[in-house]
Design a protein around this ligand. Structure first.
Ligand code: NAI
Ligand code: MG
Length: 490
């Protein structure tokens, strides 16, 4: 394993300004912020720092495009065609976009090129296909009336996204909003603004009318909060931390905005003794360490049946030792740096807590190398339900392995969390699989697999892991209002 990084060939940075009403503009205040390459800690570019004044302009542009522009009124099939065009342009630039994502976020190029980008393109195409299939019902009512419903676009959507899957989050948010005929004010995460801005350029090139998509880079408490409070914004779609969602809910209460939240988790991953243990070990490893552990659905509470605990831990340990860390632009690299110094510090703090509270650190536990925010793949055994590393979202490459005895106890322990985003179970026994699938309180349950995502499959959280669903047909609910029209036939 190399401890220093070769100089990285940098993709070109074209867009660093706000994108408002189809124009690239510096922030009103003239302020900028740095975006950092987490693999080298070097500044990549200065980006316009938008705040309330820029959000005002962006909302005005989005409102105008919604109310007067062609987007909402155009033939829905043409809206779908423009969305397909955007997906095609992304595909043409897939290597460049993947490199830019890796540069700004630190994720390995093999992931950005083979997972993030294809999933994002697929998501836009999936919703492009829905543009002309959003329709209401005719409803038999009492009396001499004809009643039907229309599903109308919700209006201006404020979309606030995190840094862990920057491009994919753009696609998850833009896809259903555009298909429904909404217009958009998006704030990308301050850690990773570059690919969102690049996609805005591609959207314009695809022919999506000016004002339909507006992007204001900046910080959460300023630009983000301004979007949430703005009376010209009809709904907020947010992905990030549950504590931020609590602030957003309060801030949105004044204008009673519609809200969809996709938040964090502490997802249980349950391995029964009868499972295919090679597949389960590979799945548990992938389910936690993928994307440097920075996944809302990371399988961070690994429950292993008592009788196979020791041998299963050995298999996991061997996988951890083999994991390749290094330059994320190297196609061989499996794990890159954490996104920034704050996340690095937060994770190291949890590693310390794990040690203090008596768990055994079997792998890792330290910084990797001397440059960039790299953390070794870390695994704790002997973890009990009350420890901080079993309760809180760590959002890093830290796996907590817990022991369980039987089916009866595991459902209760799996549900013993304020979160409910995802869960997984590994077993050859269909009965156990169904029992877990039916009784775990989580928005997604994977059986003998992990992190299987598809644009067609709804995703979202129970409990404090979220509100509403993204993806699939249900994902459109978040961007449409139902209007009931009743006509007298007398
Ligand atoms: P965050 O929730 O603060 O940031 C997510 C987005 O919200 C960013 O665009 C940020 O600028 C914006 N934001 C922050 N404060 C805001 C406010 N008051 N009003 C409106 N927008 C606001 O998450 P952060 O600080 O980046 O990470 C902290 C922790 O959150 C992580 O360690 C992780 O545990 C969790 N997280 C979960 C994610 C998920 O996918 N569920 C994604 C990112 C973080
Ligand atoms: Mg960055």
């Amino acid at each position: 394993m190399a401890t220093t990084l070769e100089p990285i060939a940098q993709p070109k940075i074209h867009q660093t300004e706000c994108f408002i009403g189809g124009r690239w503009t510096p922030s009103v205040s003239g302020k900028t912020f740095e975006t950092i390459n987490p693999a080298t800690e070097e500044v990549i570019a200065q980006v316009a720092e938008g705040d309330a004044a820029d959000v005002d302009l962006a909302v005005a542009a989005a409102r105008k495009a919604f109310e007067q522009g062609p987007w909402r009124k155009m033939d829905a099939r043409d809206r779908g065609r423009l969305m397909h065009k955007l997906a095609d342009l992304m595909e043409e630039e897939i290597d460049e976009l993947a490199a830019l994502e890796t540069l700004d976020n630190g994720k390995p190029i093999r992931d950005s090129r083979n997972a993030d980008l294809p999933l994002a393109i697929d998501c836009l195409r999936y919703y492009a296909g829905y543009a002309d299939k959003i329709h209401g019902q005719t409803i038999p009512v009492r009396g001499n009336y004809f009643t039907y419903t229309r599903r109308e676009p919700m209006g201006v959507a404020g979309q606030i996204i995190p840094w862990n899957f920057p491009i994919l989050m753009v696609a998850w948010k833009w896809g259903p909003a555009l298909a429904a005929g909404c217009t958009i004010v998006m704030k990308p995460a301050e850690q990773t603004p570059l690919t969102c801005l690049r996609l805005a350029r591609l959207a314009q090139k695809a022919g999506i009318p000016d004002g339909v998509i507006n992007v204001v880079p900046g910080y959460g408490p300023t630009a983000g909060a301004a979007i949430v409070k703005h009376p010209g914004v009809d709904k907020i779609a947010f992905t990030g931390e549950h504590r931020t969602a609590q602030i957003i809910m309060r801030d949105a209460s004044e204008t009673l905005k519609r809200l969809t939240f996709e938040l964090g988790g502490k997802s249980p991953n349950v391995v029964f003794a009868d499972a295919d243990l090679d597949a389960a070990a590979a799945g548990a490893h992938f389910g936690l360490y993928f994307n440097q552990g920075q996944c809302c659905c990371a399988g961070s509470r690994l429950f292993v049946e008592e009788k196979i605990y020791d041998k299963f831990v050995e298999r996991l340990s061997a996988l951890n030792e083999k994991r390749k860390l290094g330059n994320p632009l190297d196609p061989e690299t499996e794990q890159g740096p954490q996104v920034d110094q704050d996340q690095f510090n937060k994770i190291m703090h949890f590693i310390d807590l794990g040690k203090q509270q008596g768990a055994q650190c079997v792998n890792g536990g330290k910084r990797f190398g001397n440059r960039g925010y790299f953390i070794e793949p870390t695994m704790f055994t002997g973890v009990t339900d009350d420890m901080a590393i079993a309760r809180d979202e760590i959002f890093g490459p830290v796996l907590s392995v817990l022991k369980f005895k039987n089916l009866d106890e595991i459902v209760q322990r799996a549900n013993n969390t304020v979160f409910g985003l995802a869960a997984a179970v590994w077993t050859r026994d269909v009965g156990k699989a169904h029992h877990l699938a039916n009784n775990v309180r989580a928005g997604t349950v994977w059986v003998n697999c992990y992190d299987v995502f598809d644009a067609a499959a709804p995703f979202g959280g129970f409990k404090m892991s979220g509100m509403g669903r993204e993806l699939g047909e249900r994902g459109l609910d978040a961007y449409t209002e139902t209007k009931t029209v009743t006509m007298s036939l007398a």
